[in-house]
Write a protein that binds this ligand. Sequence first.
Ligand SMILES: NC(=O)C1=CN([C@@H]2O[C@H](COP(=O)(O)OP(=O)(O)OC[C@H]3O[C@@H](n4cnc5c(N)ncnc54)[C@H](O)[C@@H]3O)[C@@H](O)[C@H]2O)C=CC1
Ligand SMILES: CC(C)CC(=O)C(=O)O
Ligand SMILES: [Mg+2]
Length: 358
Amino acid sequence: MATKKDIVVIPGDGVGTEVMDAALAVLDVVQNKYNYDFTYHQALAGGIATDTVGVPLPDETLDKAKKADAILFGAVGGPKWDNHPPHLRPEQALLGLRKALGLFSNLRPIVLFSGLEDSSSLKAEVIQGVDFVVVRELTGGIYFGEKQRQKDNNGYEYASDVLLYHEHEIERIVRLAFQMAQNRKKQLTSVDKANVLESSRLWRAVVDRVKTDYPDVTVEHMLVDNCAMQLVRRPASFDVIVTENMFGDILSDEAAILTGSIGMLPSASLGEGTLGFYEPVHGSAPDIAGLGIANPTAMILSMAMMLRHSFQDEKAASDVEKAVEKVVHMGYRTQDTKVDSDKTLTTMQFAEKVASLI
Ligand SMILES: NC(=O)C1=CN([C@@H]2O[C@H](COP(=O)(O)OP(=O)(O)OC[C@H]3O[C@@H](n4cnc5c(N)ncnc54)[C@H](O)[C@@H]3O)[C@@H](O)[C@H]2O)C=CC1
Ligand SMILES: CC(C)CC(=O)C(=O)O
Ligand SMILES: [Mg+2]
């Protein structure tokens, strides 16, 4: 009998809708081949939700998400909503979903696919063998701290964002990162700014306390500014990077360059249970939205992460990943990673090629 799964689909804004359509075309093939019975529950979030129902994260979307087996999310945001008040900004929907669903860990694998060496602006010998994962804390830190904007006595504005971490929030993400390292090359890099930030000094102390439970893992502390540099200097030496919310956000976009394009990077956001939230690392890419040229790989690989983490289906997940690798290896590309114009595909054509190889 087919395995039933309820999947909430939130395409969002800009290229979010395009890469979602592409990933669902691949998922339809997965459904038939691996004997699933998927029910797709479409839901609104982001700018489109603000425009349609007046808020970026409608209660109905949150309710659907809470009941789902998994959530596929495209991207939100765009210039149309940049001047909306903070509570009506599309990005608020994403932060709200992460917090409400308790998705404290964001796994961002950074893998260079064979054939894409020339798409990176870095030398092939530097990026050869890049295969690491950024484990980003996702529900704490400066994105969620108290925000203020006021005028001082002279009438000048000032603003603040509080960066706050509780010990237990650090411990749960750090333990997860140690466990991931145990199943990989056993090297953990904990990234902070402990020379300046008190929250980072607490972060470092927690890592040092917890590491005694994982004696087989080598731990290195690295300041975030140095990490930003080492990522382009010796990227292949990293295995698992664990860091707080904002540093992880920034470092993973930087790391996209190692793989050829931000359109290559998937992610999984997980909490305590099996409910998972799967989205590309990139945003809504307003500069290319509507042109049908966005790279759908990040969304397709995020869908593969859903098969692995929420449905515990390693076979289907790795078959999707192998199909993407094969399409890339055959020389097919979207424009962001283009090397041979004869083999340049649209977003949907690329997805159809992947689907045909599963
Ligand atoms: N998870 C989310 O929903 C995120 C939303 N955003 C929002 O997205 C909007 C645009 O933000 P940006 O800073 O421009 O970041 P972005 O990631 O949307 O785009 C940065 C650059 O990468 C390119 N790019 C992104 N995805 C691509 C893909 N799949 N294929 C090919 N090229 C791709 C874009 O064309 C652009 O040149 C903003 O409103 C921002 O707040 C930004 C990051 C994450
Ligand atoms: C709230 C998001 C727009 C933050 C972000 O850029 C991300 O999670 O990658
Ligand atoms: Mg980001």
